[in-house]
Design a protein around this ligand. Structure first.
Ligand SMILES: NC(=O)c1ccc[n+]([C@@H]2O[C@H](COP(=O)([O-])OP(=O)(O)OC[C@H]3O[C@@H](n4cnc5c(N)ncnc54)[C@H](OP(=O)(O)O)[C@@H]3O)[C@@H](O)[C@H]2O)c1
Length: 260
């Protein structure tokens, strides 16, 4: 049997949880040993226990010096905490989810054969992250395998496009939540009870997710917009109020803010 590789998580917060659980619930479980490192070994042990990772994960005991030699390193720290650890040895590969931390900065801290900068989103909690990733070095296949365990990965051509994906994945769930709120309020305005409106809108989003997997937005709009019908009246109001432009500008501002 092939020897298992070691995948070391630095950090044990919500992103680490999403990725570790994705690996645990996929066929990668048999391929990797997980080590959980961080500044508090009690928290690392709690992370293993409460996520039921005990059969593949153990805590990494030393808190400040982390042996990364030949390991796959998953950095799930707050960006300012990267320099609080000393990374010893040559890693196989380094994956960073830290917003605003570039590969040049990673290189100053950790020696590795390959680097990946990724931007997952909140869907990772359900193994449904929309993740943009940029890789440097010969690790694309490995990256594809690891990232697929917690959602969909899109490989982009530069680090700046990972930051650009704040528009399509990072911040956009909040914008969609605002749309959901508005449609629920609309239902209430038309006389529905609020809890009924919430249930109906949840089901609408679920159905919409399936439609989006098979059709483009143009096709979805065409399929429910009959000539002179009800939907086109609503679309006219949204276009007249420049809602499309407002969304594009909102996403632009979110990306711009990440660079400040
Ligand atoms: N959550 C998301 O949806 C999302 C999406 C994309 C990218 N990210 C990025 O993912 C990274 C982690 O986010 P998260 O949501 O997992 O955060 P989180 O749940 O708050 O976890 C943060 C981790 O960083 C550690 N940490 C914080 N300050 C530290 C310090 N001074 N020294 C050592 N360790 C420290 C924490 O350990 P202690 O508990 O011991 O402090 C914890 O392990 C961030 O860089 C964020 O930009 C998150």
């Amino acid at each position: 049997m092939a020897e298992k590789n070691t995948l070391i998580f630095v950090g044990y917060g919500s992103m680490a949880k999403a990725i570790a659980c994705g690996i645990y619930n996929s066929n990668l479980k048999s391929k990797y040993h997980l080590e959980i490192a961080g500044r508090d070994s009690k928290k690392a042990q709690h992370f293993i226990d409460c996520n039921h990772l005990g059969d593949i994960a153990k805590i990494y005991q030393s808190c400040c010096e982390i042996n990364v030699d030949q390991k796959i390193v998953i950095l799930c720290l707050k960006p300012y905490a990267l320099g609080n650890f000393k990374y010893i040895g040559n890693a196989n590969s380094v994956y960073s989810v830290m917003a605003g931390v570039g590969i040049q900065t990673l290189k100053q801290h950790i020696h590795s054969g390959g680097y990946a900068k990724l931007m997952p989103n909140v869907g990772a909690r359900y193994q449904k992250s929309s993740t943009a990733v940029f890789v440097e070095g010969d690790i694309k296949q490995e990256a594809q395998e690891i990232l697929s365990s917690f959602g969909s990965a899109v490989f982009v051509d530069s680090e700046s496009l990972v930051d650009a994906s704040i528009a399509t994945g990072g911040s956009s769930p909040a914008f969609l939540a605002l749309v959901a709120q508005a449609i629920i309020d609309a239902g209430v305005r038309e006389g529905l009870r609020r809890d009924d409106a919430l249930k109906l809108v949840r089901a609408t989003f679920e159905g919409f997710a399936s439609l989006m997997n098979e059709q483009t937005p143009d096709e979805i709009i065409s399929s429910i917009t009959s000539p002179g019908g009800t939907t086109v009246e609503g679309l006219y109001v949204l276009e007249d109020r420049a809602v499309r432009g407002a969304f594009i500008q909102a996403c632009h501002e979110a990306v711009a803010k990440s660079k400040k």
